[in-house]
Design a protein around this ligand. Structure first.
Ligand code: FES
Length: 85
């Protein structure tokens, strides 16, 4: 099974609004999820410039954007996507 790609935006806006904390995501991942995701950092994903996407920080999980992302909301989204595989 392909891993779910998780891109944490570390552009300036996202970083200021909390992405620095999100970089700790890997540490907080439940044991069973660790080998199912591929976590990378990304420069500005472009969502901070578009009001339709909501509030920074942004994380892309697979093909979904998580706005106002926190470690727990990103983990929830990963679990959600694994359910639908
Ligand atoms: S800085 Fe994160 S989307 Fe622009």
């Amino acid at each position: 099974m392909d891993k779910i790609k998780v891109e944490i935006c570390v552009g300036t806006t996202c970083f200021i609004l909390g992405a620095s904390e999100l970089q700790e995501l890997e540490r907080f991942l439940p044991e069973g999820l660790r080998d199912k995701v591929d976590i990378t950092g990304a420069t500005c994903l472009g969502m901070c410039k578009d009001d339709n996407y909501g509030q920074a920080p942004f994380v892309r999980v697979g093909n979904r954007i998580v706005s106002n992302a926190s470690i727990s909301s990103v983990i929830e989204q990963i679990e959600e996507q694994l359910k639908h595989r």
